[in-house]
Write a protein that binds this ligand. Structure first.
Ligand code: PEP
Ligand code: MN
Length: 329
């Protein structure tokens, strides 16, 4: 907890060494030697390279696994699903019931929404968190929801099981630090122009604040293409799996920005090694207050799960809570 660089402390160390110098080096040589040692130590502690990063995969390290309300993350692939935004109690209870019936254990929904236009629906805030929590509790689901402001980390953590950091905030280092102190797993999304190393460094901020349960999520990056909202960077999945032992997620919905190609994208993500999928599901996508064009209905989402299961890419949802195994019917 001490500052790494403290000139007064260094001076005191050097003075005490000189006092005890029995030779044969003269004091000036000793001072020069120890200044070099202190500088090298400081450089080592400041770690400008990626060696020794907390979030880097150590040689031979096993994949990181942890459970959230009994739902295993990092083992068999799992899905986090739910609407773009929490809009109403009815909407959330309806979608949570549909998802729970399909074996989904992780419920998403934004209460604080990062919208491009300040005139667009910004989310229901704390009221949305309460609705999300109660919908999840009714079906023993875990809540994944975004926090945008370091000042809201505490209130979001009160209702959420996993704190989502959105793409627009991947570079918000104060938010990353604050989220890392909240004792909640963090779902960290890649910024739309971030390199994989920048994503790794963002995760390092979280880890350094004390939270080692971090999921890294690829949600597409911005390119010249107009057909999709972003370009899903499939190569990022195996590369991240190699760089880190943390669970890797792919959000197909925000990558595509359209619903008609989500199934093949999900197949590709799982085939490439993603351990988690994020999919936006809304009981009535056409009426959604945000991202209407990319959300699936519960029925469409069910067809997606069936396709992925038939392809051998996604098993039935496995729940370790109370050692019960719930199989999708
Ligand atoms: C979201 O998942 O709700 C979201 C806003 O996505 P992203 O941060 O990836 O744009
Ligand atoms: Mn959305």
């Amino acid at each position: 907890g001490l500052p790494m660089h403290d000139p007064d402390r260094e001076q005191a160390i050097i003075e005490s060494i000189i006092e005890r110098n029995p030779g044969p080096f003269d004091d000036r040589t000793i001072v020069r030697l120890f200044r070099e040692i202190l500088n090298a130590s400081l450089g080592h502690m400041e770690r400008t390279g990626q060696d020794g990063m907390l979030v880097a995969r150590a040689p031979g390290a096993q994949d990181v696994r942890f459970s959230v309300r009994g739902w295993q993350i990092g083992a068999e692939p799992v899905v986090v699903a739910g609407p773009c935004a929490v809009e109403s109690e009815d909407q959330m209870h309806e979608v949570a019931a549909g998802l729970a019936r399909l074996g989904v254990g992780l419920l998403r929904g934004g209460a604080f929404k990062p919208r491009t236009s300040p005139y667009s629906f910004q989310g229901l805030g704390v009221e949305g968190l309460k609705i999300l929590r109660s919908a999840a509790d009714r079906h023993a689901m875990a809540v994944v929801t975004e926090v945008m402001d370091p000042r809201n980390v505490e209130v979001v953590a009160r209702y959420a099981d996993v704190l989502q950091i959105g793409a627009r905030n991947m570079y918000n280092y104060d938010l990353l630090r604050e989220a890392g102190r909240a004792r909640r797993p963090v779902f960290l999304k890649r910024a739309m122009s971030a390199t994989l190393d920048e994503l790794m460094w963002a995760a390092e901020y979280v880890a350094l604040s004390g939270e080692d349960r971090i999921i890294l999520c690829d949600r597409g990056v911005r390119t010249f293409t107009r057909e999709t909202r972003n370009s899903l960077d499939i190569a990022a999945v195996p590369l991240l799996r190699r760089k880190t032992a943390l669970p890797i997620a792919v959000d197909v919905s925000h990558a595509a920005g359209r619903r008609d190609i989500l199934v093949p994208l999900a197949r590709a993500a799982l085939a490439a090694g993603a351990q988690m999928l994020m999919v936006e599901v809304h009981p009535r996508p056409a009426a959604a207050r945000s991202d209407a064009s990319q959300q699936l209905s519960v029925e469409e989402f069910e067809a997606m799960l069936e396709d992925l299961a038939a392809a051998g890419l996604l098993g039935p949802a496995v729940r370790n809570q109370d050692d019960r195994v719930e199989v999708r019917t």
